[in-house]
Design a protein around this ligand. Structure first.
Ligand SMILES: Nc1ncnc2c1ncn2[C@@H]1O[C@H](COP(=O)(O)OP(=O)(O)OP(=O)(O)O)[C@@H](O)[C@H]1O
Ligand code: SF4
Length: 313
């Protein structure tokens, strides 16, 4: 008997690879890493098409991080239409975003749902968004390994071969302990891990750019070595990132939330700011991560098709 294709599998047929970003603890920078990874993949080639899906139902922060606060969800005959972060920056839009944040009236509103409703929402996000052709879909998840993660893995099971994960941690012992729980989750659900990112590893002085180690450092690298994971790199606490996010946000607010010329211009400016951050030294890490993601995905695809993986640069 033929196995019936699920709506999620049908929808994700046009998506080549899915990168799930996980963290054991809240507030370690998982959404920042997801947003910067999506921007970096987008910048890696003028032909790469990227989607970012925010399934952090109780704390969606991707719209703010991409300067897209205030957008709503529009329905088409073929499903929900994602919001394009680069829609106003000229050329064909190729950075698509969908978040529960687009469903909330105000940013301060919270989602108070029980498990079954969360599960249904995650299924709908995976099956109903009209992504079109995507090279990468980055999924930002809630912290920890909760019901949402189990739902996500259950719905994504038919496309298991397209999945991999990036784990984000901070260097402190308590965060590393939670990152280990995250790692055992990936092992339990057979989710391949592309590598580990250590965020808030040191502090970049806004005056001279010197990096000082406020907390312990190197814990992420040590954990990666011990667990035989790829260490993707470390990112210091960078006030430039905070300033940039604030600037992008106030630009967006000044433009208003309506779809008028002022808001379009503000959105184009905030996207430009975000792209500019990619060129700073703290964000250089993301080109390494992007290269690793691209290499691992190409190797995986070559293995599936029986061919040789391309040489990594
Ligand atoms: N390297 C960094 N330098 C400066 N600020 C950072 C850095 N990483 C994250 N932040 C800031 O820390 C805050 C928390 O980051 P973020 O929302 O990415 O964490 P999270 O792990 O996704 O949190 P949550 O538990 O809410 O999902 C944000 O305001 C973000 O801008
Ligand atoms: S890192 Fe350099 S500029 Fe920053 S506070 Fe220390 S000495 Fe001053």
């Amino acid at each position: 008997m033929a196995i019936q294709e699920t709506p999620v599998a049908r929808r994700l047929k046009t998506v080549k690879h899915v990168v799930i970003v996980l963290s054991g603890k809240g507030g370690v920078g998982k959404s920042s890493v997801s947003a910067q990874l999506a921007l970096s993949l987008h910048a890696s080639s003028p032909n790469v098409r990227v989607g970012i899906l925010d399934v952090d139902l109780t704390g969606p922060s991707i719209p703010r991080m991409l300067g897209l606060d205030g957008h709503g969800v529009h329905q088409s005959s073929d499903g929900w239409v994602p919001v394009y972060a680069d829609a106003k920056s000229g050329g064909e839009p190729r950075l698509a975003c969908m978040s529960v944040g687009f469903l909330l009236k105000n940013r301060g509103d919270s989602v108070v749902w029980r498990g079954p409703k969360k599960n249904a929402m995650i299924r709908q996000f995976l099956s109903d968004v009209r992504w079109g052709e995507l090279d990468y879909l980055v999924i930002d998840t809630p912290p920890g390994t909760s019901d949402e993660h189990l739902s996500l893995m259950e719905h994504l099971a038919p496309v298991q071969s397209k999945l991999s994960a990036v784990i984000v941690t901070t260097p402190q012992a308590v965060a590393l302990l939670d990152a280990m729980k995250c790692l055992s989750f990936t092992r339990a659900v057979s989710l391949p891990v592309l590598g580990l990112v250590e965020n808030m590893s040191g502090y970049v002085c806004p005056c001279c750019g010197e990096v000082s180690n406020v907390f312990s450092t190197g814990g992420g690298e040590e954990m990666a070595r011990r667990e035989k994971l790829t260490f993707l790199g470390s990112m210091p606490v960078d006030t430039e990132l905070v300033t940039l996010l604030d600037a992008a946000e106030s630009d967006r607010k000044n433009g208003g939330d309506d779809d008028n010329a002022a808001s379009a211009e503000a959105e184009a400016r905030s996207f430009e700011l975000l792209q500019r951050y990619q060129a700073t030294s703290s964000a250089k890490l993301f080109s390494t991560i992007t290269a690793e993601v691209t290499r691992a995905v190409a190797a995986g695809m070559a293995k599936e098709s029986g061919g040789e993986p391309p040489e990594s640069g």
